[in-house]
Design a binder for this molecule. Structure first.
Ligand code: PGA
Length: 250
């Protein structure tokens, strides 16, 4: 059974003070240890949050460079993140793909860099509304995985978390139905099996992301192939984020 992982993607929100209050609210209200809880905080918050949070709450960066060091002004390297004890790095979020022109070959390099430094990528994939309406969504998302991940060894791939985030559902209040999520997740698991075998596929965590809220989390998380969530807006309120964590079927 895959590890259940609920991650809060804060995006470019919160000052350090607000982030500390938010993280403390999550830490204080967390009652389950059945779910791995990850906070994807801005770079500027990571060292402070690492020092104050219990080890049961994991931290993620929202991006990282493919390079280790050098003349790359403005970049943050995997060496720097690993040095802070950061466990996960979100890669390939649709906002990074769209606004910062990150494509699959760059993401393949970033995935390798993160793994080489002992951290785990949360690799985001997902189709646009136009692709879904044209019936191209299944092939498109499969290709995203093939292009960015399928050069990895099975041992490396076993550390990767997949987040399926249909672009039309991100920040829109429109969520995928549980049938739509289950269809894509099952397809991705089958696709992973063609490359890495059934056992690796069965153990891969595939999160759903896109307008997951307390009132739809129960249904989405009950899907057999949905192993957690990547939560944006609702992760900025401790009570909503905790309610989503609490809605995981035990
Ligand atoms: P949302 O964002 O929950 O606000 O739709 C999800 C994400 O972008 O990771």
């Amino acid at each position: 059974m895959p590890e259940r992982i609920i991650a809060g993607n804060w995006k470019m929100n919160t000052t350090l003070g607000q982030g500390k209050t938010l993280a403390q609210g999550v830490a204080d209200g967390l009652t389950t240890s059945d779910v791995t809880v990850v906070l994807c905080a801005p770079f500027t918050h990571l060292a402070t949050l690492k020092a104050m949070l219990p080890s049961s709450i994991k931290l993620a960066a929202q991006n990282c460079s493919q390079y280790e060091k050098g003349a790359y002004t403005g970049e943050i390297s995997p060496v720097m993140l690993a040095d802070l004890g950061i466990e996960f790095v979100v890669l390939g979020h649709s906002e990074r793909r769209e606004y910062f022109h990150e494509g699959d070959s760059l993401l393949a390099e970033k995935v390798k860099a993160v793994l080489e430094h002992g951290m785990r990528p949360i690799f985001c994939c997902g189709e646009s509304l136009a692709q879904r309406e044209a019936g191209e969504h299944l092939d498109f998302v499969r290709e995203q995985l093939t292009n960015a991940l399928f050069d990895l060894s099975a041992e490396q791939f076993a550390k990767v978390v997949i987040a399926y985030e249909p672009i039309w559902a991100i920040g829109t209040g429109v969520t995928a139905s549980s049938d739509q999520a289950q269809e894509m997740h099952a397809l991705l698991r089958a696709h992973i099996a063609t490359r890495y075998g059934k056992d690796v596929a069965a153990a891969t965590t595939i999160q759903y992301g896109g307008s997951m809220k307390p009132d739809n989390a129960v249904e989405l998380l009950a899907c057999p192939d949905v192993d957690g969530g990547l939560i944006g807006g609702a992760s900025l309120k401790p009570e909503d984020f905790l309610a989503i964590i609490g809605s995981y079927p035990s």
